[in-house]
Structure formats: structure tokens, C-alpha cells
Design a binder for this molecule. Structure first.
Ligand code: SAM
Ligand code: SF4
Length: 388
């Protein structure tokens, strides 16, 4: 955004959704640069900009943008492709995955239609998740399918890494650009205790394979657990000293199934941020459109540290993601509702317009925030069901 946008006439823009998006972007940018006054378009008062950003967009054929009633735009889809997982992480599937009766998980053709509709509405980033996405036999084909959807510019996955060592290169060739690998501890005994598997070395080898194969972003996810890994910051820092890897500490979230576990092990990510600042790490300026992670960097380290703190104030303000479960249900938030069925719109190529209209309409009911602080976990019994 440059200051000469003062000459810009927003009223002349062709469609409402585009105007709303543009105004929202300008507003985010102003907040970001703290130079708001000079950048506001002269023909719009601040009051009117605020009113317009809350104006529900009307999604027409040419209006390519998913926006909610609070001016947030959603260009990022987290798509779960299975609920199955071979690990039994203590905070997610402590008793392992148990098969449930009912319909199967999304098929390749359904995945292709879903992604294509989202991409038409402005989604450019898709993360494949689960359960453990790589347990699917057709995982490479899922990558290939999503990578070729027009408009998808960033394809990522989150994995426990058990198939990574042997497949990193194949998945990269199929079109996967970024990867998050869950490693809750770099101590083998703790890794075993948390995941139920003695596979730390294999998973680490998998991460090296990703670095060697030219992934555009390699991240490590670690759920912060009191008394288990919250004192291990030094080990994670050693890991990113010479590796261009970003570690993401995720605050443990309460789900329908883990109330007691949550009480016992939840710890605020502020313990990490304080320790980072003491060690000379600095908060990276947030980029416009960035998600809710707060990222810290240090000149002596090749990697970075990110914090995902859903219990912090204003966490939901920067929400930019929607979720679809492996059973084809749209979740406007990880918490708060049971999911809206999309599968009936995924059975033929002729249903794309119907699906897009449904998505645009559904988004208007997205709540301003999760209500986790009130102990409300909505329909989320465990992350493996919706896709974390
Ligand atoms: N199986 C893959 C994995 O573990 O990376 C992908 C799915 S997993 C549900 C996605 C992410 O959600 C993982 O990084 C996991 O650690 C995180 N997760 C699961 N349950 C969680 C909880 N209750 N609170 C916070 N993060 C959680
Ligand atoms: Fe499986 Fe991922 Fe859940 Fe662990 S966090 S049990 S790896 S789905």
C-alpha cells in the first residue's frame, strides 16, 4: 500500500466483496505499520471503513473471496483426509485410533472438487492433515491432485513423520511444498512416553530428508506440556541453531475428551516467550495476512521459534483458516460447532456453484471467537477427528 492510494475511489470498484477485502487489507496494513492516518483512502471516513468491513459480502460468480461478518478473510484451508492414526499421543488419542462405523473418508474425486471450489473463492493455501494423513495409501495422489488445482499456491502437510524418511522426496516431487512434523520432545524417552512410539531417530531422519530435498518450509510442532517438555527449550534451541527449521510450541488445547489431562498439563506459552526474550530472541514483525502464531528470531540461529497461544487475548482476530474434516464437514472453528456437511455437494462436477454458495453463506455464521476460556470445546472431542 502506498500513500498515493488517497486518490483511489473505492466506490468505483466493481464488486462488494472485492471492495470489502481491499478495505480490510488496508485496515490490517494500517494497524500493522502504525501509520494508519496517512494511508486511509481520502474518500472514506474511518467510521465508514469499519461499517464496510462488517458488511457481509455477497458472493457472486466473479467475487472470489471468503469473508466473514467480522472482516476476516479465509484463504487457508486445513483439510483432514483421515481420522486414522498409528500413534497414540497422550493429549490426542491416548488409547489409539478405534475404527467407527459409518461412511468412509473423503475420496480423491471429492477432495479435488472441494479444493477447486475453495480455490475459486480465493483459498490459495491448503494443509493436508488428519489423523495421520500419510497412513492413506493414496497420500501421494492426494498431494498430486491438490497441487494441480488452479489457484492453490501453497500445499503443506502436518505429519507425525513416521513415513517421512522414505517418502520426503516423492512427496516433494508430487507437489508438496511445506511440512510440519510433530516432535514433542528431543529426548527419546519422553518422545516415547508422549507418542507411544520409540521412533524419534526415524522422525529426525525424516526432517533431514525434507531439508535435503528442498522443501520451502520445514517446521516442527511441539505441544507444550507442563512437567514433560516445558523445561526443554534449550534442546529445541540447539536443534534450530544451524537448521532452517521453525519450531512451533502449541499450547495444549482442551477438547471434549481431555479435560483432566488439560488440567494437569496445560501451561501458558508465556513461559517460553519470557525465556526467549531473556536469551535475546526478538519478536518478528507480523506480516499482513499471517496466522495467529507469534514468531521469534535470533541473529545467531538459522531457525526460528513460534508460539501458538489460543488462550491469549485477541488470538481469534487474525484467524485466517477454515477446516474440513475427513468426513467432509466444514468447521468454521476448531471449537464451537459440530460441522456442516459438504459431502452432498461433492458428488458431481455440476455442483460447484451450489457448493460455493453454501460456503459463502455458512461463513456468515462464524463466531467472533472460540469460547475456550469458558471451557466450551464445541464438537471437538479430539484433534484427530477434525484435523488439528
Ligand atoms: N498426525 C499429525 C501430527 O500429529 O502431526 C497431524 C494431525 S495432528 C491432530 C495436528 C497437530 O495437532 C499436531 O501437531 C498435534 O500435536 C496437535 N494437537 C493434537 N491435539 C492437540 C491438543 N489437544 N492441543 C494442542 N495441539 C494438539
Ligand atoms: Fe496421531 Fe497426530 Fe493425534 Fe498424535 S497428534 S495421535 S500423531 S493424530
Amino acid at each position: 500500500m502506498r500513500a498515493d492510494h488517497g486518490k483511489f475511489d473505492l466506490d468505483q470498484l466493481p464488486c462488494t466483496a472485492f471492495r470489502v477485502t481491499l478495505v480490510h487489507r488496508i485496515r490490517s496494513h494500517c494497524a500493522y505499520t502504525r501509520q494508519g492516518r496517512g494511508l486511509w483512502p481520502q474518500r472514506m471516513s474511518r467510521r465508514r471503513v469499519c461499517v464496510e468491513t462488517r458488511w457481509p459480502p455477497v458472493l457472486g460468480k466473479d467475487d472470489a473471496m471468503l469473508q466473514d461478518a467480522f472482516g476476516r478473510s479465509f484463504e487457508y484451508l486445513r483439510l483432514s483426509v483421515t481420522e486414522v492414526c498409528n500413534f497414540s499421543c497422550s493429549y490426542c488419542l491416548p488409547d489409539g485410533y478405534r475404527k467407527k462405523p459409518g461412511p468412509g473418508f473423503l475420496r480423491l474425486d471429492e477432495i479435488a472438487r472441494l479444493a477447486s471450489a475453495f480455490a475459486d473463492l480465493g483459498t490459495w493455501k491448503i494443509r493436508i492433515t488428519g489423523g495421520e494423513p500419510s497412513v492413506r495409501k493414496d497420500f501421494t495422489q492426494i498431494i498430486e491432485t491438490l497441487a494441480t488445482v488452479s489457484g492453490v499456491r501453497r500445499l503443506a502437510t502436518t505429519t507425525n513423520g513416521y513415513r517421512l524418511k522414505d517418502n520426503a522426496s516423492q512427496w516433494r516431487k508430487a507437489g508438496l511444498q511445506a511440512i510440519n512434523v510433530s516432535v514433542d520432545s528431543f529426548r527419546a524417552d519422553i518422545f516415547h512416553k508422549v507418542t507411544g512410539h520409540d521412533r524419534l531417530e526415524e522422525v529426525k531422519d525424516g526432517i533431514e530428508a525434507c531439508l535435503d530435498t528442498g522443501y520451502e518450509a520445514v517446521k516442527v510442532n511441539a505441544v507444550l506440556l507442563k512437567g514433560i517438555n516445558d523445561q526443554d527449550l534449550a534442546l529445541f534451541l540447539d536443534y534450530v541453531k544451524n537448521r532452517p527449521v521453525s519450531v512451533r510450541f502449541i499450547e495444549l488445547m482442551r477438547t471434549g475428551d481431555n479435560a483432566d489431562y488439560f488440567k494437569r498439563y496445560h501451561v501458558s506459552a508465556s513461559v517460553v516467550s519470557k525465556a526467549l526474550v531473556q536469551r535475546g530472541w526478538v519478536r518478528k514483525t507480523r506480516e499482513v495476512g499471517a496466522g495467529p502464531a507469534l514468531e521469534y528470531v535470533h541473529g545467531d540461529y538459522a531457525g526460528a521459534i513460534g508460539l501458538i497461544a489460543p488462550y491469549s487475548k485477541d488470538f481469534c482476530k487474525s484467524c485466517n483458516r477454515l477446516r474440513v474434516s475427513a468426513l467432509g464437514k466444514l468447521h468454521l472453528c476448531l471449537f464451537t460447532e459440530m460441522g456442516m456437511d459438504l459431502r452432498s455437494f461433492l458428488q458431481s462436477d455440476d455442483q460447484q456453484d451450489e457448493l460455493k454458495a453454501f460456503l459463502g453463506k455458512s461463513l456468515q455464521s462464524k463466531a467472533v471467537s472460540h469460547f475456550l476460556d469458558d471451557g466450551i470445546t464445541g464438537g471437538n472431542h479430539r484433534f484427530a477427528d477434525i484435523g488439528g
